[in-house]
Design a protein around this ligand. Sequence first.
Ligand SMILES: [Zn+2]
Length: 330
Amino acid sequence: MSLRSSFALLSFSLAALPSCATDVTWPTTMDRSSIRSPQDYLQPTVSGKTESALFGMVREDGKRFHEGIDIRPAKTNADGEPLDLVLAAMDGQVAYLNPNVNGPYGRYVVLYHAAAEIPVYTLYAHLAKIEPTLKPAQPVRRGAAIGLMGHTSAGASPITKDRSHLHFEVGLILSTGFNLWYSGQAENKQSANLHGLYNGQNLIGMDPLLILGQPKVDLLAALRSQPTALTVGLRTTKTPDFVKRYPALVRGDASRAVGWYVEFSWQGMPIRWTALEAQSPQLPAGRWRLLEIDQTQRTRLLQRKMLGPDGRTPGEQLTQNLEILLSTAR
Ligand SMILES: [Zn+2]
């Protein structure tokens, strides 16, 4: 091979790599080379349907949302308990540890990845054990063991040993004002928020398969690859903390904004924010208003309750996400 052609090959392979990318590791000790089909790594619900382990409206005939993916164990002991270790998917730090089995996630760990193209959290649930040396705020290297796979859960239906799995989530935090919002809800008077900002209602996930299974990922590009499903106009001169935390999702000058044009993905992630000025036609008269709906995504929007049953008005999930997002902007 001539020097010129080998150089051309080198420049081509460099160009093929994302210019900016985060190293990502499969979050269990499963040998990935053994995977031939999705059934080899997914743990379905008792329905036995493989897709029930995926992200989306995959449960109870599309009525129930699954905010992550369920990864099955590759190895079990003589009692059928998993031997797979759960690994940090990216470099980051410990955001939250829940060593108690007191909710649907059971024992779980949340990591925060501040150095990714956009700072995301990852969540690892139903653990049998959390690595005992982990402490909040401690740095964690990609691939480090953070726990042992299990089946812990205090949800409505227990997870049996034969359905042990890692529930893995990746996403964003809606608001640092979540606790304020939570305590203001009448239905929460009897149930304390045990998990602070790491309550599932304050975490908005995206499909983990947008980032898993490839060694390097541009997290921002993965997040932006989600299509806009509906848009909302907000009126507020106080900048939502979401906008400050995720400036890569923002267009325009936040300091001069009197409102925001927000594009949501179907599951309720606010993926693009555009600052609005006083004369903007998208600025609502009230606090917020649903503006546009992508009718090609109507079914999922209805299932997820982003839209009300009429398919035209805001649904419970959209309303809740907006109220949480605005909890620091009143
Ligand atoms: Zn799950």
